[in-house]
Write a protein that binds this ligand. Structure first.
Ligand code: ATP
Ligand code: MG
Length: 304
């Protein structure tokens, strides 16, 4: 089931006397329980799309359906939002901030306290529950933002650069939290990020945006293989005995190094199987797979 269906969304902003087309006929879908990554260079339109989904902006054209229904109070209640630059009032404590949002979400008092306690425990915030927001570390602040985003037990989480500017160790922990939230609560996640390894680690499918348009979409693996060069297999061998057979099977030979470009994981398995079947003595093996970074650079470069 497509839990999010974005159909032909366009949005322009007036800026002084000119117009910026931030979204140009964008369509995408996200399936139930999926983590979907929205990629694209600065200004591509990612945040604008998320802002329309949360109801903060109105589109000029097109429609967004959540659980098959147009955006409404009912659909907003099933969602929540995390932004890498979310801020709360500096003097409030995590506990009072969560209580405030619990009231905004109209969660009844006892239930509210129960959820807040559970989420603080889940995200390791108990130790700083009474501390001022201004005194929290960046990592603690982000965990608080996540706790707030889970308060209404959302079915859909929109994450706009959730690990922006965090230390690598905190970012790693937050990524684990995101994966844990997705698994434990079966939350469908739409994520934007400039960290390609983050998207690669978390996302099932991606869409690449450029100047308000989606120019590519698919599973991480397929998108990479379709747009970026092949898998490269490089094998250092003990000696070359069946030179003709190796050449015939597409291997390049350079002294004691064999190499082959492959189109898929399947071809890679076949090549390795071929070497072992022919008793080639392997001293070392290197497999170079295209990364999502290569993909981003290729698509951003192509679209320029
Ligand atoms: N309120 C606004 N008024 C005018 N222009 C805007 C407004 N909001 C966004 N834009 C423009 O719309 C375009 C898309 O912006 P958006 O913030 O959606 O990009 P993004 O993909 O999230 O970029 P980034 O990766 O830098 O966060 C940009 O050119 C931006 O300058
Ligand atoms: Mg943005």
């Amino acid at each position: 089931m497509n839990i999010i269906q974005v159909a032909n969304i366009s949005k322009s902003f007036k800026y002084q006397k000119s117009r910026v087309k931030a979204l140009d006929n964008v369509s995408l879908y996200v399936k139930k329980g999926e983590i979907f990554g929205l990629l694209g260079p600065n200004g591509a339109g990612k945040t604008t799309l998320l802002n329309i989904m949360t109801g903060m902006l109105l589109q000029d054209e097109g429609e967004i359906n959540i659980f098959g229904k147009p955006l409404s109070r009912e659909t907003f209640e099933k969602m929540n939002y995390v932004s890498g630059d979310s801020r709360f009032h500096w003097v409030l404590s995590p506990k009072s901030i969560l209580d405030f949002y619990g009231r905004v979400y109209a969660i009844e008092k006892n239930e509210r306290s129960e959820r807040i306690a559970k989420l603080m425990q889940f995200l390791g915030l108990e130790r700083v529950a009474e501390r001022r927001f201004s005194d929290l570390s960046t990592g603690e602040r982000m965990r608080l933002v996540f706790a707030k985003s889970l308060l209404n037990y959302p079915k859909i989480l929109l994450l706009d650069e959730p690990t922006l500017g965090l230390d690598p160790d905190i970012a790693v922990r937050l990524r684990k939290e995101i994966a844990r939230i997705n698994k434990k609560f079966k939350t469908t996640i739409l994520l934007t990020s400039h960290y390609m390894h983050e998207v690669e680690q978390l996302a099932d499918r991606i869409a690449f945006m450029h100047q308000g348009k989606i120019i590519d979409t698919g599973t991480v693996q397929k998108a990479k293989m379709k747009n970026v060069y092949d898998i490269n297999l490089i094998v250092k061998v003990g000696g070359i005995s069946k030179k003709d057979l190796l050449l015939k099977n597409g291997f390049k030979i350079n002294k004691n190094v064999l190499s082959k470009s492959l189109k898929s994981e399947d071809d890679l398995n076949k090549a390795i199987h071929f070497l072992s079947k022919n008793k080639v003595k392997i001293n070392d093996i290197e497999i170079k797979k295209p990364s999502l970074e290569d993909y981003f650079i290729k698509l951003a470069g192509d679209s320029k």
